[in-house]
Design a protein around this ligand. Structure first.
Ligand code: MEV
Length: 432
């Protein structure tokens, strides 16, 4: 039987917790204590977090880590990462240090255009619609002036609006396809406000000229931004890749083969790209950006040619190993959570208050570094060695190990293989 309630959002926070606990959680005292122990003692800070969303009952913590020693275009960064997966920050730090000794990362922003669309239905002649659109277009731009004035002052705004005929995909379906430059803002609110104004002006004006009705279906930005593109790269002579007793040439060749496999095999490509997103999402989240938008856009880009493929590429040419990635990243360093969440502000300060373009480069590098670290492990020791070492602390915490127990066991597993059962066995021995 399901439990329903009306007016839940009107309850106080404490009433909401009581309702959830009594209806869904068996051990109500402990459950309530668990939920409330994550409240912030500073009531103003707690209220700030409560008001980010609706129906807040507590705070959900993720660790905020830092991966230092990232050299990008000659500048050194410590990159903040918010993530729960135990090996990600360690892997990023290792890759950063490795490449710092080999010339660092190079990154550049290729383009920064964002997209939004008004989707509408029209049952009539396209050529007539096109003429009307050309007549109405200046008014579309004019009517958004109150929204665009500030952005234009700073050098951004609406780049263009096109009428697109989509009737070969869906009967009577057309779009106003608009492009924007939103500078340091991710621009979602700006773009959506412009689009909603376009739709109002367009419907009114077009219906006047056409003498027939237009149905606006929706107006919304697109998270697919193939023209908001950044490139990150590393390269060095293959001999310089010599690492832990493995010859540079042999390592480089195997590494390139691993990338080639992800380029041709979608099952592998998805996991390969997931590893890249480990790095990307962690920085996107730490800097208060929308990781769902980034995920959606990046994966759409990975299938832009009709087959899902690797986001990274690698080659060896004339003895030089090059490893690179081009991905779309619509990021902001002003607006949204960036000015609100105290830890986001700290994360942006750690990065030296980057512009959106600089952040695009940092995030792309974090993704490339993560993929480098994953492929290096996969093609040499295997991934589990490193993963299980990092997972060791999770297992110890699961068994409520004391600090003294942790010290002994971590020391033991410096020279022994970590498995869940081996850790439990060592813990039991220690406790006898
Ligand atoms: C795990 O979170 C990510 C990896 O699976 C990525 C990869 O396989 O390349 C290690």
């Amino acid at each position: 039987m399901s439990t329903t309630i009306s007016g839940f959002s009107k309850l106080s926070k404490s009433e909401k917790i009581d309702w959830i606990v009594s209806n869904y959680l068996s051990n109500s005292n402990t459950a309530k204590q668990t939920i409330t122990q994550y409240f912030n003692a500073d009531s103003k800070l707690q209220q700030l977090h409560d008001e980010f969303i609706e129906n807040t009952i507590s705070n959900y913590y993720l660790p905020l880590g830092v991966a230092p020693n990232f050299e990008i275009n000659g500048k050194t960064y410590a990159i903040p990462m918010a993530i729960e997966e135990s090996s990600v920050v360690a892997a990023a730090s290792n890759a950063a240090k490795f490449w710092m000794q080999r010339g660092g990362f190079k990154a550049k922003v290729i383009s920064t255009t964002k997209i939004g669309q008004v989707h509408f239905m029209f049952d009539g002649d396209f050529e007539t619609l096109k003429k009307v659109f050309e007549t109405v277009k200046p008014k579309l731009i004019l009517d958004t002036k109150p929204i665009t004035a500030n952005m234009e002052k700073r050098g951004g705004g609406i780049l263009d609006i096109e009428l697109r005929n989509k009737t070969s995909d869906l009967n009577n379906y057309y779009q106003l396809h608009a492009t924007f430059e939103t500078l340091d803002a991710m621009g979602a609110n700006f773009i959506n406000s412009c689009l909603e104004q376009f739709s109002k002006t367009f419907k009114a004006e077009a219906e006047k000229h056409l003498n027939t009705s237009i149905e606006i279906v929706m107006s919304i930005l697109s998270n697919y931004v193939p023209d908001c593109l950044v490139r990150a790269e590393v390269s060095c002579n293959v001999e310089e890749l010599k690492h832990k007793g493995i010859e540079g040439k042999a390592f480089a060749e195997k590494f390139v083969r691993a990338v080639n496999i992800a380029e041709v095999e979608p099952h592998r490509a998805v996991t390969h790209n997931k590893g890249i997103m480990n790095g990307i999402d962690a920085v996107v989240l730490a800097t208060g950006n929308d990781f769902r938008a980034i995920e959606a856009g990046v994966h759409a880009y990975a299938i832009k040619n009709g087959k899902y493929t690797s986001l990274t590429h690698a080659k060896i040419e004339d003895g030089v190993f090059t490893f690179w990635m081009e991905i779309p990243l619509a990021l902001g360093t002003v607006g949204g959570l960036t000015g609100l969440h105290p830890l986001v502000k700290i994360a942006l300060n750690i990065l030296g208050k980057p512009s959106a373009k600089e952040l695009m480069q940092i995030v792309a590098v974090a993704g490339l570094a993560q993929n480098f670290a994953a492929l290096r492990s996969l093609t040499t020791t295997g991934i589990q060695e490193g993963h299980m070492k990092m997972h060791l602390m999770n297992i110890l915490n699961q068994f409520n190990a004391t600090n003294e127990e942790k010290e002994v066991i971590v020391n033991y597993f410096k020279t022994n293989t970590v498995t869940h059962s081996a850790v439990v066995l060592e813990l039991e021995k220690l406790r006898q």
